[in-house]
Design a protein around this ligand. Structure first.
Ligand SMILES: NC(=O)c1ccc[n+]([C@@H]2O[C@H](COP(=O)([O-])OP(=O)(O)OC[C@H]3O[C@@H](n4cnc5c(N)ncnc54)[C@H](O)[C@@H]3O)[C@@H](O)[C@H]2O)c1
Length: 324
């Protein structure tokens, strides 16, 4: 394998769901990795060795000092307050982490001589209720939540850091990411929540009629996009998705089948204001990054289920019986 162009990489949020997969990939490529994460929503897997962890809040003096000392050539900025509903309840708290934190990390990176910053943006929440699908990077941004507005604001900051400070920046607008280590106990992430319920012996829950569609992309594909974007020169926004919408009902039904749950899902009332359909165009990622999603949905769901089961087995400990 050719030596990557950028060898010293700071990963913020590297103890989280997407971060853990991204850090593993960077290490496999022979890069030196520093993880900055205050562990408020760590995924529970140890930070992969030999990456070093600095436990600090994004805009703290400790974080700034650690970035200056490490002198990253590149940053993959994943740390965020990721709850859309929480952002509605507390827009200022969301902005403190997602906007102020991003500005602080970008400034510290510039001061440390960093050349490249890849940012985890969000397609689903930036495009809002799209007039036409798939949503393209040039389409009008119409966020419906403080979380989406913060992601868009960050993209504005990144453009400024590029123009004013010469930092090469790229915002990857992920669609709905799923896979091993995702939190299944929160409010969002239908795959993880459904598996969590299935493993607890409960039927998964579908909100509304389940015919709403989402663009489900496997976390391994997203980690690969992050590392490709790090070495690329592409700037601006780039969707990272499969380009296909799948109904929530289909996803949940597939999980029930894979888990051997005969009853199927139960239905809960729909969420008022929820976007009905979303999926993202992937031509720019293909053209500019040479990236496309490779893991088919059924395969990704099966891998995720296996991983959740293994984890449950590990947590139950060696003394647990298969049925216990
Ligand atoms: N999961 C998805 O479907 C999805 C979709 C679109 C965009 N994104 C974005 O991708 C990124 C990673 O998402 P994820 O699903 O892995 O989230 P995650 O919550 O699993 O990981 C985020 C990590 O950041 C850390 N963190 C949060 N706030 C911090 C702070 N102020 N200081 C230091 N560390 C902090 C948490 O402890 C956690 O380890 C986020 O920016 C998220 O908004 C995720």
């Amino acid at each position: 394998m050719a030596k990557p162009a950028i060898t010293r990489v700071l990963v913020t949020g590297g103890a989280g769901f997407i971060g853990t997969h991204t850090v593993r990939r960077l290490l496999d490529q022979g890069r030196t990795v520093l993880v900055l994460d205050d562990l408020r929503h760590a995924c529970g897997e140890p930070v992969p060795e030999p990456a070093r962890l600095v436990t600090a809040e994004l805009s703290s003096e400790e974080a700034t000092a650690a970035i200056r000392k490490f002198q990253p050539e590149g940053v993959i900025h994943l740390a965020a307050q990721g709850g859309v509903s929480r952002s509605v309840r507390d827009p200022a708290g969301d902005a403190r982490v997602n906007v102020v934190g991003t500005a602080a990390v970008a400034r510290a990176a510039v001061d440390a001589g960093c050349r490249r910053l890849v940012f985890a943006s969000s397609g689903g929440s930036i495009y809002g209720r799209a007039r036409r699908l798939p949503s393209r990077e040039g389409d009008r941004e119409q966020p419906l939540s403080p979380y989406g507005a913060a992601k868009l604001a960050c993209e504005g900051y990144l453009g400024m850091f590029r123009r004013t400070f010469g930092l090469s920046t790229c915002a990857l607008r992920y669609s709905n990411v799923y896979g091993p280590y995702q939190d299944g106990t929160g409010e969002a992430g239908v795959v993880a929540i459904s598996i969590h319920r299935l493993l607890a012996g409960e039927p998964p829950r579908v909100t509304g009629d389940g015919e709403q569609t989402r663009d489900f992309v496997f976390v391994g594909d997203v980690a690969r996009a992050n590392t490709i974007a790090l070495d690329a020169r592409t700037t601006g926004a780039c969707n990272i998705a499969t380009g296909r919408g799948t109904t929530v009902l289909e996803v949940v039904a597939t999980l029930c089948r894979l888990a051997g749950q005969p009853g199927g899902p139960e239905h809960a009332p729909g969420r008022p204001g929820e976007v009905r359909h979303t999926h993202l165009a992937v031509e720019r990622a293909s053209r500019m990054l040479g990236w496309r999603a490779e893991v088919a949905l059924a395969d990704g769901l099966a891998r995720t289920l296996v991983s959740f089961r293994e984890r449950q087995g590990r947590q139950a400990g060696p003394g647990a019986t298969a049925g216990g």
